[in-house]
Design a protein around this ligand. Structure first.
Ligand code: MG
Ligand code: MG
Length: 251
């Protein structure tokens, strides 16, 4: 149900991952008070052009941008817009990807816009930590259930909740491959055993309040049902003979 990648294929995915890391760096630099989320998208487009990479977001089911820009109560799939202006105190999730020679990488970060409230700082820290915990569970012989349990334990241990409707995924010659990777313990594929060559995009979405989601009328924007904030961190990770390697890590 999932293809295992060769070391040579993982080499190409590592190059796609480096482009994604650079997009995050430039998008984060552009995400300042007064900027629009379209400005942040333009920063991502410049990196893709400079690195001769293609976007796996642009045109995906008609998606109009190279990043998803999801402020505050937007969980995922926010569409960059000229009239969505970032303000001091906001948080912004930036999700983006790149294709090099047909191989995909995909990653997300949530960044503060200037100084943000304490709960938002904790929400971002906890979500990032839950991703790191899942990555350290990405070992040969462990299962997808182990990854989900790691995320859920940390998120709920901090008093937050884990989104169920959206999950991580295998990745390779397509952005979304089998298996689906839930961010909770008891989900589908929980017995799926990890083997060398498996490459996953693990992507916890953690909410400050209820885990329930709503999709807005634009058909894309997914928000928290209670209007409280959400954070999203994602990496593309290859399981090699040496253990997990984060292909989208900042350089
Ligand atoms: Mg993503
Ligand atoms: Mg993804």
């Amino acid at each position: 149900m999932s293809t295992r990648k060769t070391p040579e294929q993982i080499d190409v995915m590592r190059r796609a991952g480096a482009v994604v890391a650079e997009m995050h760096e430039e998008c984060t630099r552009a995400a300042v008070p007064g900027a629009s989320t379209a400005d942040v998208d333009r920063a991502g487009r410049e990196v893709l052009a400079r690195r001769n990479a293609r976007s796996n977001f642009l045109g995906y089911n008609g998606f109009p941008a190279v990043i998803c820009a999801s402020p505050n109560d937007v969980i995922v799939h926010g569409i960059p817009r000229e009239d969505v202006i970032l303000h001091e105190g906001d948080i912004l999730s930036i999700d983006c990807g790149a294709i090099i020679e047909g191989w995909h990488a995909d990653a997300a970060i949530t960044v503060p816009i200037g100084a943000v409230d304490e709960e938002s700082v904790l929400l971002m820290d906890v979500t990032r930590t839950s991703l790191e915990a899942a990555i350290s569970e990405m070992q040969v012989g462990n299962t997808l259930g182990d990854l989900g349990r790691a995320v859920q334990g940390i998120a709920e241990g901090a008093g937050f909740t884990v989104v169920r409707e959206y999950v991580g995924h295998g990745i390779g010659t397509a952005m979304h491959e089998e298996p689906q990777v839930p961010n909770y313990a008891g989900g589908p594929n929980r017995r799926f055993k990890l083997k060398p060559g498996v490459v996953l995009a693990i992507e916890p979405m953690v909410n400050a309040g209820t885990p329930e989601t709503l999709t807005l009328d634009d058909g894309w924007t997914v928000v928290t049902a209670d209007g409280r904030r959400s954070a999203h961190f994602e990496h593309t990770i290859a399981l090699t003979d040496l253990g997990p390697e984060v292909l989208t890590a900042p350089r």
